[in-house]
Design a protein around this ligand. Structure first.
Ligand code: FAD
Length: 468
């Protein structure tokens, strides 16, 4: 058929993976078309993910700190919550970023086409606009960056507005009196942090035996201990088997130890995971293989089974994180431009921006154990850090793991204020192949939380002098 648009590179989806790939390709001299179904570019991360959640979490942090400081001689009184202003602050942060992205796309002469894209052949994508009009984009190379969507359990009454997914929760319609959070992972616990600070009574229900599956238990403990005191209930090893809307509230049925058979909540947030969008783009018409669960397999150059079609971000696999998507996006664009790039990260860090934060990278201690890797471990409790104590952050902990054979850092877990910032140094150490001596001899500024990494390395070496 005839094409309305012809381009060297078409990028399907404008999330962190897609816009990064589009910009990098344009910077390398390629003619680029970026296809996005929604009117705002930026994808899940900017619009309904990382950024709005962090804006609300900052609000929560300010409320919590003000409250806690009553113990230390300054009382601010009960916070007055203006939910419209809080929402406006969050929306303002998002629109600054999406507006900025639009300007950056324009500067680079990246053409944005709004509408839903589907493959019609190995060299054409058809984009259907909201008004039903269709446009065909003929391409030499394609980068699939169509991301993921909320996983929907079948028995959940989604048409009731009191039942929320993460997008609904971020919209902040109201602060419910009692809220159930289904799923004790990163997204569920971040939203629980926000709603608790705003005044909701929180119950968390998690299917597995512990919160934040994937992290070491000792690193999750400071968070668990903190929220155990704040929340109404935390049910582990428990599942929700039914949610029944009634005029009085949502009647939830539980199955598991410690949970009542039924309880009634004003709102329920379901945060049990995300599913890749691989099955929704007619990939088969381009000959692109999509796995059973909707992920698109790629090689280290982000190439699908069709050599001129690439895929990046949430749609290619776990972990579904923005910083993975952006790095993969650069690789795909560079490979298309003829560079010998490939995705070679040794680790992708995970961060929960809860209070306290929980961050980890590399292998967990649990993984080392199950893989039979001998390790040397250094743990530094923040109760011995002067900076942590002066910031009321003595509940934190920094744990660094070293491979016994090579001596090199192999994993790190940090719990505590700003753990998400602190983990970056451990990631760099891992990428550079640092050992405990390298980290121990690196002079860190005093007094800082960053020293705890230094001290944990010294603990592993046996050279730590204990209190700072
Ligand atoms: P996405 O961001 O999902 O973007 C895909 C884009 O493609 C979307 O804009 C979509 O509209 C568009 N699209 C899809 N199909 C089509 C089609 N057929 N035609 C046209 N357009 C299409 N990650 C972090 O690293 N840090 C965090 O703090 C963090 N917090 C999060 C909080 C929440 C509440 C959620 C839900 C996620 C969070 N994430 C976080 C995950 C992060 O948002 C994703 O990993 C990231 O957005 C993935 O980027 P992507 O480019 O693969 O796809």
């Amino acid at each position: 058929g005839s094409a309305d648009l012809e381009t060297e590179v078409v990028v399907l989806g404008s999330g962190p993976g897609g816009y990064t790939a589009a910009f990098r390709a344009a910077d390398l001299g390629k003619k680029v078309v970026l296809v996005e179904r929604y009117s705002n570019i930026g994808g899940v991360c900017l619009n309904v993910g990382c950024i709005p959640s962090k804006a609300l979490l900052h609000t929560a942090e300010v409320i919590n700190e003000a409250k806690e400081f009553a113990h230390y001689g300054v009382k601010f009184g009960e916070p007055e919550i203006d939910i419209d202003a809080i929402r406006a602050h969050k929306d303002g942060v998002v629109s600054k970023l999406t507006g900025g992205l639009k300007a950056l796309a324009k500067q680079r002469k990246v053409t944005i086409v709004h509408g839903y894209g589907r493959f019609t052949s190995a060299n054409t994508v058809e984009v259907e606009a909201e008004d039903g009009s269709k446009q065909t984009v003929k391409f030499a190379n394609c980068i699939i960056a169509a991301g993921s969507r909320v996983t929907k359990l079948p028995f959940i009454p989604w048409d009731d507005p009191r039942v929320m997914d993460s997008t609904d929760a971020l919209a902040l319609a109201e602060v419910p009196k009692r809220m159930l959070v289904v799923g004790g992972g990163i997204i569920g616990l971040e939203m629980a942090t926000v709603y608790h600070a705003l005044g909701a009574k929180i119950t968390v229900v998690e299917l597995s035996p512990g919160l934040m599956p994937g992290a070491d238990r000792d690193i999750v403990k400071p968070l668990h201990n903190a929220i155990k005191k704040q929340y109404e209930n935390i049910y582990l090893d428990t599942k929700v088997t039914a949610i029944e809307p009634t005029p009085e509230g949502l009647v939830c049925t539980f199955e598991g130890k410690g949970a009542p058979e039924k309880d009634t909540f004003d709102r329920v947030l379901v945060a049990i995971g995300r599913s890749p969008n691989g099955g929704l783009i007619d990939a088969g018409k381009a000959g692109v293989f999509v796995g059973a669960r909707g992920f698109i397999p790629v090689d280290k150059q982000m190439r699908t089974n069709v050599p001129h079609i690439f895929a990046i971000g949430d749609i290619v696999g776990q972990p579904m994180l923005a910083h993975k998507a952006t790095h993969e996006g650069k690789v795909a664009a560079e490979v298309i431009a003829g560079h010998k790039s490939y995705f070679d990260a040794k680790t992708i860090p995970s961060v929960a921006y809860t209070s306290p934060e929980v961050a980890w990278m590399g292998k967990t201690e649990e993984q080392c154990k199950s893989e039979g890797i001998a390790i040397e471990k250094g743990v530094f409790p923040w109760a011995a850090s002067g900076r942590a104590l002066s910031m009321d952050a003595g509940n934190g902990v920094t744990k660094v793991l070293f491979d016994k054979e090579s001596g090199r850092i192999i994993g790190t877990g940090i719990a505590g204020k700003n753990a998400g910032e602190l983990i970056a140094e451990a990631v760099l150490a891992l990428e550079m192949g640092a050992d405990a001596h390298d980290i121990g001899l690196t002079v860190h500024p005093h007094p800082t939380l960053s020293e705890t990494l230094n001290f944990a390395a010294e603990v592993a070496e046996g050279t730590c002098t204990d209190i700072y």
